[in-house]
Design a protein around this ligand. Structure first.
Ligand code: IMP
Length: 188
């Protein structure tokens, strides 16, 4: 079965395609920007993104995700994409120098499946590294150390990150739901 994933983010697309393959879902990439509603919840932004995709596409997946820093009251959260583009890592590392370093990555994946809309959530807790480490992944991966690990996401293979990440959790839930709709076998 085919699903169209709409996003400009190549890193997200790669992860989504890898995560859904074991469920027999083939992900097509529609590389275009969707309006990012100014809202304080990932769910609201994800629903708005989905609503902006023409109804002529029957099986559509979008997602909204972000890095929520304990020491900054959850910032940048829903503003993670523009903050990463504007700031990189430097100002975040400076701001956290004397604050708690706990953090969470969260994803809300929104799926349109015919007339049905479903949201799938994922969260991984961790802490912010003192300096960026590693070259894999994208976005804030070089400064995020998931709980129980000493390496950042950027020091892990794609498979290691997928096994524990916020996106991995959300997309495995989405994959299981889609598999349940078609009755096909999977994951392997
Ligand atoms: P949006 O979902 O398009 O609003 O973008 C979310 C932003 O959060 C991305 O541009 C990244 O900066 C950051 N982000 C979300 N998920 C990840 C991840 O898995 N690794 C690193 N950064 C992420």
């Amino acid at each position: 079965m085919d699903v169209t994933f709409v996003s400009t983010n190549r890193g997200k697309f790669r992860e989504v395609a890898d995560l859904l393959a074991p469920y027999g879902v083939n992900v097509r990439w529609s590389r275009r920007a969707l309006p990012e509603l100014q809202a304080d919840r990932l769910e609201t932004v994800a629903r708005a993104k989905l609503a902006a995709v023409p109804a002529s596409l029957p099986r559509v997946l979008v997602e909204d995700s972000g890095l929520f820093l304990d020491g900054l009251g959850g910032f940048p959260g829903v503003y993670s994409a523009p903050i990463h583009a504007l700031w990189g890592f430097g100002p975040i590392l400076e701001l956290l120098a004397r604050r708690p370093r706990g953090a969470a990555f969260r994803t809300v994946a929104a799926l349109r499946w015919g007339r049905t809309t479903r949201l799938f959530h994922g969260e991984v807790r961790g802490r912010i590294a003192r300096r960026p480490r590693g070259h894999h992944g994208f976005g804030f991966d070089p400064i995020f150390i998931p709980e129980g690990e000493s390496r950042t996401f950027a020091q892990m293979t794609a498979e290691e990150k997928d096994a524990i990440s916020h996106r991995g959790q959300a997309l495995r839930r989405a994959g299981a739901w889609m598999r349940g709709r078609t009755g096909s076998a999977g994951p392997a």
